[in-house]
Design a protein around this ligand. Sequence first.
Ligand code: RIB
Ligand code: CA
Length: 312
Amino acid sequence: MTTKLLLDCDPGYDDAIALMLAYAHPELELLAVTTVGGNQSLDKVTANALSIAQALGKTHIPIARGADRPLVEPLRDASFIHGATGLDGVALPAPDFALLDSRHAVNVIIDTVMQEPAGTVTLVPTGPLTNIALAVRLEPRIVERVKEVVLMGGAYAMGNASPVAEFNVFTDPEAAHIVFDAGWKVTMVGLDLTHQARAYEPIRRRFNDLDSAAGRMTREILTNFADTYRRLRRMDGPPVHDACAVALVADPSLVACEPAPVTVELHGGATRGMTVADRRPDRAAGATTFVATQLAVDRFWDLAFDCIGRLP
Ligand code: RIB
Ligand code: CA
């Protein structure tokens, strides 16, 4: 059965992989792409989203730009990972900004959810949650109308932006609090899960023979992502974080999840942006939030390879 989704992203190397999976998976219907300031400025991540859509012949799917900064604090981007363009080292067509939807991303999120049949649209945020939080505040009815939220963000163990906080949540903790606290079903695809999806060199080699624009883009993305992760995170094999959220929507059997209330720390000095997941067994009953714990790694990469192999 086809799943309808909206991808809110900040491309970004792993967002670009997530976009390719969302565009290509035969059981996904990508309704719209919205952008948010995060890995790079809103202008640059929006340009990247347009360029990717143009390169893959997907410009018929709406793309809209959203919030350029978090709700409260200034944007502290991740250009040290994704580069000055947000996709350094990836050859892309010049973005055609005339293709942009004239609406703000928040309005595209609301319109999409309110126009599609109730309970059919999955929101997949893979950047800071600013747009999603603003949509909830502008049109609270989307909370009961959305099928579910499957977000890449957070961590119940180790962080990356800080010892305990993950970048997307750390960037806009207030927005994350609004999203986790809204009452809809939220699945947190955090670093605990995404660090199992490491593009080690044998994985990267699988894409070498793809004679397509998507194949070339994937090779350039993974090569550059691997270089920065090796240099800055001392990690061999970059985790394709955002692709895990899309893969879960496409095939839920790929990811084991458990119910756990999640609280976002807003006030801690050393812990601001921490997603505190209460995994105590007696707290699972009635939880609307789930945390992803285990990835079927080989089948995940098979799905990624199959999707990217379907693209031009
Ligand atoms: O912490 C990983 C997340 O931050 C991913 O979404 C990556 O794209 C960056 O935005
Ligand atoms: Ca991202």
